[in-house]
Write a protein that binds this ligand. Structure first.
Ligand code: PNS
Length: 163
């Protein structure tokens, strides 16, 4: 029985994230999308908004649950009795940090292993940071995020600019 966690900031969820969620959920028995609630990062969306968007875009994926967590990922994994962490790898530049995280997590909790999925080619350039950057300069983000997320990002960016 593989219960996996796909952790991230998801600020906002992109089509690349959805691709990983879909593919990972076909491989494992249960997939918990873990949304990091970390005050230090000053996200665009609140954790509740990020969880809400993920729930909406994964509503048709039967094995997927969306939850938020704070603190260490390995503690969340222990709490959820998860034995696997899923991460997407876009490029070699991701590898060093991802390997370091995987090894640190395994050191802290040897019961949890990390599984990497290669990002689909069509999303290999994509990140939440890029989406926010494009949106802040009024660029078209329709090919980057799921349909229900487009307006929410544009609205949030408008609010930020008005502040
Ligand atoms: O979407 P991101 O920012 O690439 O996700 C990073 C995330 C959430 C996976 C990572 O920052 C994390 O696991 N944070 C929780 C704190 C933790 O456990 N840190 C130690 C990892 S070595």
């Amino acid at each position: 029985m593989i219960r996996a966690i796909y952790p991230g900031s998801f600020d906002p969820v992109t089509l690349g994230h959805v691709d990983i969620i879909k593919r990972a959920s076909q491989t494992v028995d249960e997939l918990i999308v873990g949304v990091l609630n970390n005050g230090a990062k000053a996200p665009l969306f609140s954790v509740d908004e990020r969880v809400g968007m993920l729930k909406e875009v994964t509503a048709d994926f039967p094995k997927v649950r969306v939850m938020c967590f704070s603190g260490l990922l390995v503690d969340f994994a222990r709490q959820m009795q998860a034995n696997t962490i899923v991460r997407g790898l876009r490029a070699i530049s991701d590898f060093e940090y991802e390997l370091q995280m995987a090894q640190t997590n395994r050191k802290m909790n040897p019961d949890v292993d990390t599984m990497f999925l290669a990002t689909s080619l069509e999303y290999s350039y994509l990140s939440s940071t890029i989406v926010k950057e494009v949106a802040f300069f009024d660029g078209d983000i329709r090919e980057f995020v799921p349909e229900p997320v487009i307006l929410k990002v544009q609205e949030k960016v408008r609010e930020r600019k008005a502040q």
